[in-house]
Write a protein that binds this ligand. Structure first.
Ligand code: C2O
Ligand code: CU
Ligand code: CU
Length: 509
């Protein structure tokens, strides 16, 4: 649990990371009783020094996901270090209060290294949060949700099959909470703050209470919300975080409340090409080709995620604040390019997941990936599936987009012959650097009820660093690029896709 060690702006601390749990000052590090790294508890304004040692027989580098740090501190794969080397990170915590995380970001090895445990949480606190006096210490619970597979002798087992299984993404058959199986969390009859984080490689959860109680969100990826919001369920894609306010008061001692991942459709591959519409290629068949033995938990199945056991009565009461932290919506008038958004087209042509039909290049950037520093940019992320091309994208965006439709049309024309191989699936898209806001989310909804099973679970308010883009969807975001110049990655956070090249750089200068 987080506590506040020092006043903002005064702290300098050293933390040695060996890929294992290490005891640090108890106020700065909280151990996770598992293969996960310790939680770093930071304060806004704090200056942090982290010494990262590589004791693995392979290169690695650490990225502070969601944190606003300079290029050299951001864990770009070009900075990977070899066994025996160390990398010293130093940065000032500029983020507001919220829940972030860190993980390996090694070229073509991110998925395997994160899977094996090179990941941990980061909490940030600030003065706004402290004024709110939200449930703290033992009433502030971090919940890392991951799916894994195990070998017969209980070792983590990763993908063993080929490209087909990787493109669908790793799906485990066992759900772990904070690295533990079958975890039951004992709680008292009072309010809690739950920091939920999807640390899975590619599984997308549709989180809902088994008894239908709405979920009350108080924070998203990068910060607390302006005010609490209720949802019937919440979609949580890889790398996304959501903070919930949960009040167990009034629940019966001895009873359980289970958070489920509810059934949904539409995230797994659809074939483009127009020959087949609808759902015949969808979901269930999607990963049945994996050929894995044992139980199977497909994307979109219903299963329990974590159980809360009402263990103890208390009369303490804690009221949900009606407003949380100051929040200002970014609008067209704030951005440098209101009429010509930067485009990020998501495609999976011939089994290759790409961004704007390009694969990852370590340091190269295209013209459209150059961004002037200290600007705020509109960015449109869209699925390049067949329906959107045929339907024309102007209608969907609701505005002309003249300056970019040429480029896009040209590229499309060049690849037109292979459209039948175009697959479309859900991609959680993450942008490094500062948090962004979601301006709009539009869908062609040609997949019918599949989309209807997820659409009420998107949190489109607040500050985000990762956004789930479903097949047929187009999401427009507004993102500041302030303070730091250099290369900043954007990529699919389905880690198998990232390692397959669904990643690019922005050059901020
Ligand atoms: Cu969470 Cu580029 O990563
Ligand atoms: Cu990141
Ligand atoms: Cu993807």
């Amino acid at each position: 649990t987080a506590s506040v060690p020092l006043k903002p702006g005064t702290a300098t601390r050293v933390f040695q990371y060996h890929g294992k749990l290490l005891k640090g000052p108890s106020s700065t590090l909280t151990e996770m009783p598992s293969y996960l790294g310790p939680t770093l508890n930071l304060v806004r304004g704090q200056k942090v020094r982290i010494i990262f040692y590589n004791q693995l027989p392979e290169p690695t580098i650490a990225h502070w996901h969601g944190m606003h740090v300079p290029q050299k501190m951001d864990g770009h794969p070009m900075y990977a270090i070899n066994k025996g080397e160390r990398y010293v990170y130093e940065f000032e915590v500029k983020n507001p209060a919220g829940t972030n995380w860190y993980h390996a970001h090694t070229h073509e090895m991110t998925a395997t290294q994160v899977y094996q445990g090179l990941a941990g949480l980061i909490t940030v606190t600030d003065e706004h949060e402290q004024k709110l006096a939200l449930p703290s210490d033992e009433y502030d619970l971090s919940i890392v949700i991951q799916d894994r597979r195990f070998t017969a002798d209980n070792q983590l087992r990763y993908l063993q099959h080929g490209r087909h299984e990787r493109i669908l993404g790793f799906l485990g058959d066992t759900i772990l909470i904070n690295g533990q199986i079958d975890s039951i969390i004992p709680v008292k009859t009072r309010a809690y703050r739950l920091r939920l984080f999807n640390g899975s490689n590619s599984r997308i959860y549709k989180l809902g209470w088994e008894d239908g109680t709405p979920l009350t969100a108080i924070g998203t990826d990068g910060a607390l919300l302006g005010k609490p919001e209720n949802y019937p369920y919440i979609m949580l894609a890889p790398a996304e975080r959501v903070e919930l306010w949960v009040d167990f008061s009034g629940r019966e001692i001895g009873s359980d409340l289970v958070l489920h991942s509810l059934e949904y459709h539409g995230a797994m591959p659809h074939m483009g090409g127009g020959r087949r519409g609808g759902r015949e290629n969808e979901d269930r068949r999607g990963d049945s080709g994996s050929g894995m033995m044992g139980r199977r938990l497909t994307q979109g199945d219903n299963f329990p995620v974590v159980k809360f056991h009402i263990a103890e009565k208390t009369s303490e009461s804690h009221e949900l604040p009606s407003t949380l932290v100051p929040f200002q919506r970014l609008l067209d008038r704030d951005v440098a390019n209101p009429d010509s958004p930067i485009l990020i087209g998501l495609s999976m042509m011939h089994m290759s997941p790409e961004l704007n039909h390009r694969s990852f290049e370590m340091e190269a950037v295209a013209e459209s990936e150059k961004i002037p520093v200290n600007t705020i940019q509109k960015i449109r992320i869209f699925q390049e599936d067949h329906a959107m091309r045929r339907g024309g994208r102007r209608g969907m965006g609701g505005r002309g987009d003249t300056d970019d439709s040429d480029e896009r049309g040209g590229r499309r024309g060049g690849r037109g012959g292979g459209m039948g191989m175009m697959m479309s699936m859900a991609h959680p898209i993450h942008l490094h650097g500062q948090q962004f806001q979601i301006l709009s989310r539009l869908t062609q909804n040609r997949h019918g009820s599949g989309y209807d099973t997820v659409k009420d679970g998107f949190i489109n308010s607040g500050w985000k660093d990762t956004v789930l883009v479903m097949p047929g969807e187009e999401v427009t975001i507004i993102k500041p690029f302030q303070d730091y110049t250099g290369l900043f990655l954007y990529h699919c956070h389905n880690l198998e896709h990232e390692d397959m090249g669904m990643m690019r750089n922005f050059l901020v200068s």
